[in-house]
Design a protein around this ligand. Structure first.
Ligand code: FES
Length: 167
């Protein structure tokens, strides 16, 4: 009889241990799942404050001296921003957002300045031509993606200063 009770207690303990491990693994899965799936959601960056702009002294960026040329630049002030700038003539530029309009992935600058800006995730491509700047020109995976945003700018040729208007 005593042996029977001991067996019952042992099997109850085993059951509790078994149920507990299921409960803990359920907790782990439910807390990791949102982290994993958050990568799948569309990400949109907060808009820069109204009227803000970034001033770039082009003499500090010799990579944009050639015509045509294209380069990705990152700034921390007055706002944290990464942009792609293409110089198309002595005084003309195209300033692109550096993030894919589909899921916010950082875009790749083409090695040829006249090539397309390319998304490394779903391989959408955006035109860098002056007349079609930012237009979606390739979408091999058929994702729901629009054109790439561009920014207005002013160029002071005498001072070699490019001012990007953020809003
Ligand atoms: S994230 Fe760029 S095309 Fe999907």
């Amino acid at each position: 009889m005593k042996e029977n009770n001991t067996k019952k207690v042992q099997s109850r303990r085993e059951f509790l241990r078994y149920a507990g491990s299921f409960f803990i693994s359920g907790l782990v899965v439910s807390s990791i799942y949102p982290i994993l799936t958050s990568c799948e959601k569309d990400e949109s960056l907060p808009p820069p404050p109204r009227g803000s702009s970034i001033t770039i002294d082009l003499s500090e960026h010799p990579e944009l001296k050639q015509i045509p040329s294209i380069s990705k630049l990152s700034f921390q002030k007055p706002v944290s921003l990464t942009i792609i700038i293409k110089r198309t003539s002595k005084s003309e530029f195209v300033v692109f957002s550096a993030f894919c309009p589909h899921q916010g992935v950082e875009l790749e600058v083409p090695s040829n300045p006249d090539g397309n800006i390319r998304c490394p995730k779903h391989f959408a491509e955006f035109s860098t031509s002056l007349s079609t700047a930012g237009f979606l020109v390739a979408n091999p995976q058929g994702v729901k993606v629009g054109n790439l945003s561009t920014y207005h700018y002013e160029f002071d040729a005498a001072k070699n200063i490019l001012t990007i208007k953020l809003s």
